[in-house]
Design a protein around this ligand. Structure first.
Ligand code: SAM
Ligand code: DTB
Ligand code: SF4
Length: 343
């Protein structure tokens, strides 16, 4: 079925080039204090800041495609694509441009303005970058914003991708520096910060967030958001993922045993993200399929203004297009257009 929405126009948002001003930088304690606010007060503050920067009725649609799935050598303890965990995900080769073109056209027809390509690599090799650059050119030619998430990136690789027309690069910090070693050991926090620096240096916009609900504490969530809020430049896009607890992954099994994060705490995390990164697009990302309509609505009220659509993330499900169209229609919300971001 086609979208109930008018086709949105392609976005041309200004990149966040100015460093966060000193007064906009937060301490971990101050961020914890935001988490501790009474829920109505936190939501009021988040909505106020959201409305100062965005039209609260508008939502950005992005689509993901796993262009190279599974078989990853890294040990991210949440990830269904890590070769070392028995999750049933089959490894594939990198997709060909004609296959990606078809998927990107479908995404555009469904109302997506951004097309993100994910690859289960630790870091792409030179030959991988040449092939992904071709994919970027293919998607760009359809008039979509392009995004890629390929693992760690060297300086030269970032530049090649930028020259091919890459608009965004997704690379997540995932969690707090303090909780990080419970999550992954095969790359360091500094490795991630270095990749983000290479991305910025190449003039590519950053998409950077993390995962909540991995057994971390509220202090960890505050510390994670503190990292994002004190990056040299706030992320242009800030994905907040709720852990999708995949059987066979250490963190997935742990959370299936101990219980998932409380939805209200998830909404608080979205609200605090909105407050500490006021101009970032806060994307309600993985885990949305398991969320009630009410939780999603609260996330939008808390300042989330971007979602992935299209029924599938990389390997895990998303709500279908009919479901998303109905939810947004019931909330009186519509896809984001070019003139919706205030200066
Ligand atoms: N391999 C690349 C990397 O790690 O940067 C790109 C793909 S990786 C799958 C992209 C992001 O997906 C990860 O950084 C993580 O935040 C998120 N992710 C992976 N598995 C997840 C899960 N089970 N639940 C929630 N988010 C997940
Ligand atoms: C992000 O932060 N979330 C998206 C996107 N960036 C690449 C990925 C979520 C993946 C969820 C698990 C899966 O579908 O395999
Ligand atoms: Fe590999 Fe990325 Fe999954 Fe980590 S998150 S195992 S790097 S695909």
């Amino acid at each position: 079925m086609s979208s109930v929405f008018e086709q949105p126009v392609t976005l041309h948002r200004p990149r966040q080039t100015a460093p966060a001003s000193p007064e906009a930088r937060w301490s971990v304690d101050a961020i914890e204090a935001l988490f501790d606010l009474p829920f109505p007060e936190l939501m009021h503050q988040a909505q106020t800041v959201h409305r100062e920067n965005f039209d609260p009725t508008r939502v950005e649609f992005a689509t993901l495609l796993s262009v190279k799935t599974g078989g990853c050598p890294e040990d991210c303890n949440y990830c269904p694509q890590a070769a070392r965990f028995d999750t049933g995900v089959e490894a594939t080769k990198l997709m060909e441009p004609h296959e990606v073109k078809l998927a990107a056209q479908r995404a555009k027809d469904a109302g997506a303005t951004r097309f993100c390509m994910g690859a289960a690599w630790r870091a792409p090799k030179d030959r991988d970058i040449e092939k992904v650059a071709e994919l970027v050119r293919t998607v760009k030619a359809l008039g979509l914003e392009t995004c890629a998430t390929l693992g760690m990136l060297e300086d030269g690789h970032a530049q090649t991708l930028q020259s091919a027309g890459l608009d965004y690069y997704n690379h997540n910090l995932d969690t707090s520096p303090e909780y990080y070693d419970k999550v992954v050991t095969t790359r360091t926090y500094d490795d991630r910060l270095d990749t983000l620096q290479h991305v910025r240096d190449a003039g590519i916009s950053t998409c950077c967030g993390g995962i909540v609900g991995m057994g971390e504490s509220r202090v960890d969530r505050a510390s994670f958001l503190h990292q994002l809020a004190t990056l040299p430049v706030h992320p242009d896009s800030l994905p907040v993922n709720a852990l999708v607890p995949i059987a066979g992954t250490p963190l997935g099994d742990q959370v299936r045993r101990d219980g998932e994060i409380d939805p209200i705490e998830f909404v608080r995390t979205v609200a605090v993200a909105r407050l500490v990164c006021p101009k970032s697009m806060v994307r309600l990302s993985a885990g949305r399929d398991a969320m009630s309509r009410e939780t999603q609505a609260l996330c939008f009220l808390a300042g989330a203004n971007s979602i992935f659509i299209g029924g599938k993330l990389l390997t895990t499900p998303l709500p279908g297009q009919d479901e998303d169209s109905l939810l947004l229609k019931d909330l009186g919300m519509v896809p984001m257009g070019v003139s919706q971001v205030s200066a």
